[in-house]
Design a protein around this ligand. Sequence first.
Ligand SMILES: *Cc1c(COP(=O)(O)O)cnc(C)c1O
Length: 397
Amino acid sequence: MTIDSSKTYKFATLAVHAGSPHDPTTGAVIPAISLSTTFAQSGAAVPVGEYEYSRSANPNRDGFEKAIAALEGGKHGLAFSSGSAATALILQSLAQGSHAISIGDVYGGTHRYFSRVAVTHGVETTFTNSIKDELESLIRPETSLVWIESPSNPTLSVTDIAHVANIIKQANLSRADKPIFLVVDNTFLSPYVQNPLAHGADIVVHSVTKYINGHSDVVMGVAVTSSDELHDRLRFLQNAVGAVPSPFDSWLAHRGCKTLHLRAKTASNNAQRVAEALVVSDKVIAVNYPGLKTHPNYDVVQRQHRDSLGGGMVSFRVKGGAEAANKFCQSTKVFVLAESLGGIESLCEVPAAMTHAGISKEQRELSGVYDDLVRLSVGIEDEEDIVQDVLQALEQI
Ligand SMILES: *Cc1c(COP(=O)(O)O)cnc(C)c1O
């Protein structure tokens, strides 16, 4: 009737049932949306149930947090009003004067927070384009956080999480009083394809807006950790800062995550088909996709991704420059030209002109974001239709 928390269930069972017990009073199989902002008390400071005030905790957010913690194999989940709020909160938890190290091609909003907000409260960040080789030499006495995203956006380069975690573990041997912690932004793959905590990360974050909610109708974020200490710090700030999701959004995102395994598997299979079709097209210069055996980090993909799945994101360079990239995106019929990713519908965009337009051309090209690069978020439509759509759009350029 209710899943047994002492038993280890597989992903699909957890996706459907974790954090989602039937209602003990009505028997409702799906939780009600609990809109009340406040909860009755039977005496001063003696709440009737588990809740007092909805910013601090509410039943829908709780259920969602439990579900994502279970799917990431972590102990604690914390939900936020956006992925950016989750990022901001983690950086805000660092002491003044702290140092952070981040991969260079991190999500634009995260880069902006590091370089334009965190600095204003004394947190300095070093960006590196080869974290694997440079991390050890970049660590300083005041370093307290390492931030990675794998695969990266939009060039889909893969970072070996266990390798980075091991360097940090070694460094922490001599700094037990002030350990460095590792954060992995797992938005691009979702918990179905990759579980960073299992590879040594301390915190995993997601923009729930993408795969976890998966229906392009909620903006939300989540962080998961197994450390009680990090959890206490973040839980305190979650309430103090108040960047929390509404009960309705929590309920929608929880409903979305119940089909995550089906969506992530289908998107990944569709993206694999698209990537394979792009590789053999004479209109294409290069294809970035972690599911291709020719991907430079395919050995890491095999260790790090479930069933070596490549995920739903593909990027590729077309012949004919910016104009051809734009023409491709205007010629698709199934793919919608739009920013964002991870929804049921296929999307395409030109990063240099859209999501990455704020970065100088020189900086962009250093991480492989050329004007002719197209990024696809492959959805869960029919695989033949998707491949045909890509092929017919290539014919138009
Ligand atoms: C979208 C995104 C974010 C930010 O999340 P929001 O929900 O838009 O605030 C962070 N990281 C990655 C990788 C993203 O794609």
